[in-house]
Design a protein around this ligand. Structure first.
Ligand SMILES: [Zn+2]
Length: 254
């Protein structure tokens, strides 16, 4: 199951708006098939793994980090594919967080004579898809707050007051380290949407892009809170509206 979870994590930035799922098929102590889900592939992790296993899936054990689906969405139900492949046993980490579908995948498998075991590495698997579970249950986004702050609660260094050279006024005085800024890009990579306040837009004009270098099928969307109508006329907000339009094109992929 740990290997299936590692596979599922490859779906960060690739699986959304679907959950991250990894799957490993084992027969006679050997891995005969494996896969993970990414949105563009369409195939769910179980289908990717079944295709890679071929006939070796017959009589095998299938480890999967999430309850196999029993409904037809963009793809057919994974339960039927598992049954048709002759898998003997399914070990799942968690049930489907969607209350409408939860448990139905397991029911269908058991009804077809497949042995089903659940709860392996459950906590890890739940944490992996916490944002998906939040959205599917409440229709509200899972929000991560990112804030750079000094130990005494300050958000920036005080202005130096002295100017050295013609570019010194624009020089950045970071309160964060290279490592923490790299972590911010990994956080951006894992997020569907980035939001910031108008104060940050006007002060920093941030790019709000994912520069983690990790594969992603979309660019994080840019949104903003417009707290001050009066700021609409400022040059800073015009720039950010331009960015919003650019990312609006990407938004169509939803
Ligand atoms: Zn499925």
């Amino acid at each position: 199951m740990q290997h299936a979870l590692a596979l599922a994590r490859k779906g960060v930035g690739l699986a959304s708006p679907n959950p991250m799922v990894g799957c490993v098929i084992v027969r006679e102590g050997h891995i005969v098939g494996e896969g993970f889900h990414q949105y563009d592939w369409r195939d769910h992790a179980e289908i990717v793994a079944l295709k890679s296993a071929g006939d070796k899936a017959r009589g095998a054990t299938l480890y999967v980090t999430l309850e196999p689906c029993n409904h037809t969405g963009r793809t057919g139900p994974c339960t039927e594919a598992i049954i048709a492949a002759g898998v003997q046993r399914v070990v799942a980490a968690t049930d489907d967080p969607n209350p409408v579908n939860s448990g139905r995948g397991f029911e269908r498998l058991r009804a077809a004579g497949v042995e089903v075991f659940t709860g392996a590495c459950e906590e890890e698997a739940r944490r992996l898809n916490e944002p998906f579970a939040c959205w599917i249950r409440t229709k509200k986004p899972f929000v991560t707050l990112k804030s750079a702050m000094t130990l005494d609660g300050q958000l920036a260094l005080p202005p130096s007051g002295k100017k050295h050279g013609k570019h010194s006024g624009k020089r950045r005085n970071w309160i964060t380290s290279e490592e923490s800024r790299a972590e911010v890009h990994r956080m951006r990579h894992a997020a569907d949407t980035l939001l910031t306040g108008i104060g940050t837009i006007l002060a920093d004009d941030p790019l709000l892009t994912d520069r983690s270098g990790l594969p992603s099928w979309y660019s994080p969307l840019f949104q903003k809170f417009q707290r001050k109508r009066a700021s609409c006329k400022t040059r800073g907000l015009k720039l950010s509206v331009q960015k919003l339009r650019m990312t609006g094109l990407i938004c169509l992929r939803y």
